[in-house]
Design a protein around this ligand. Structure first.
Ligand SMILES: Nc1ncnc2c1ncn2[C@@H]1O[C@H](COP(=O)(O)OP(=O)(O)O)[C@@H](O)[C@H]1O
Ligand SMILES: [Mg+2]
Length: 227
């Protein structure tokens, strides 16, 4: 197994490396394949699991804005009493994404299915075929109006399941064969969160602006009324 990490030497801290090995030992995936993205908080990789591709999202324990993460988690009633310890905060952040994926997957939303979670690592269904499905920002929908209708159904179902995304954008929306897949659920939070309404306003504003730009005129107010 060790040689599978050769190319990734020095990329991860020892704790994360140990966790990756542990998850591989449990059969959740068989070594990392290729890097997909490097974001503010996480590195994502494709990996194989029983011959099928999965997505491994590794939240970094060190280079992340953990003050912002802590402030954001604090108003989520599911994380009451969270201590401001860097590692604990990152684990909670990853756990939130895992719980949200599990919850939304159960009600049939088009989000990646949760496969496994351990501390700062989340393994999920790979959206795409050979490569990852493109983000909507790079692959504009062919029929924006139909695509928006599908997205509205997804957003409505997410809200009915009791969650607001909070970071919805054309970067966190994949276009898989002209079907919208919502990703990056580490910020999604219950409506009981005192910031939920503000986050919902934000999500509809960003999406309404994007769809208006690509030719489907809609105001944030109109979109909000539909979702
Ligand atoms: N389940 C998935 N299947 C395929 N690609 C994914 C999946 N989840 C994320 N990606 C890709 O990985 C990158 C980072 O994902 P994201 O969850 O948005 O993390 P962040 O923005 O925090 O870095 C993006 O390029 C996204 O398109
Ligand atoms: Mg993202």
């Amino acid at each position: 197994m060790k040689e599978k990490f050769k190319t990734l030497k020095d990329v991860f801290d020892l704790y994360t490396e140990k966790n990756l090995f542990h998850m591989m030992g449990q059969g959740h995936f068989e070594g990392l394949e290729s890097p997909i993205g490097v974001g503010k908080e996480a590195n994502t990789f494709s990996a194989l699991r029983k011959g099928k591709r999965v997505l491994v999202k590794i939240y970094r324990l060190q280079t992340c804005d953990f003050n912002r993460m802590f402030d954001n988690l604090r108003t989520d009633p599911r994380f009451d009493g969270l201590k401001k310890k860097q590692r604990k905060v990152v684990f909670a952040w990853a756990k939130r994404e895992a719980s949200n994926l599990a919850k939304l997957g159960k009600v049939g939303l088009h989000v990646p299915k949760l496969i496994a979670h351990r501390d700062n690592i989340v393994v999920m269904e790979f959206i795409g075929d050979e490569g990852p499905a493109p983000q909507v920002i790079t692959q504009k929908p062919k029929h924006p109006k139909a695509f928006l209708e599908k997205l509205i159904k997804q957003m409505k179902a997410m809200h009915e399941a009791g969650l607001v995304h909070g970071d919805l954008s054309p970067f966190n929306l994949l276009n898989w064969d002209e079907n919208p897949y919502i990703i990056d659920l580490s910020q999604a939070t219950p409506f009981r969160n005192p910031h939920a309404e503000e986050l919902l306003e934000r999500d509809v504003r960003v999406m309404a602006t994007f769809f208006t730009k690509i030719g489907v005129k809609i105001t944030p107010g109109e979109l909000k009324a539909k979702v």
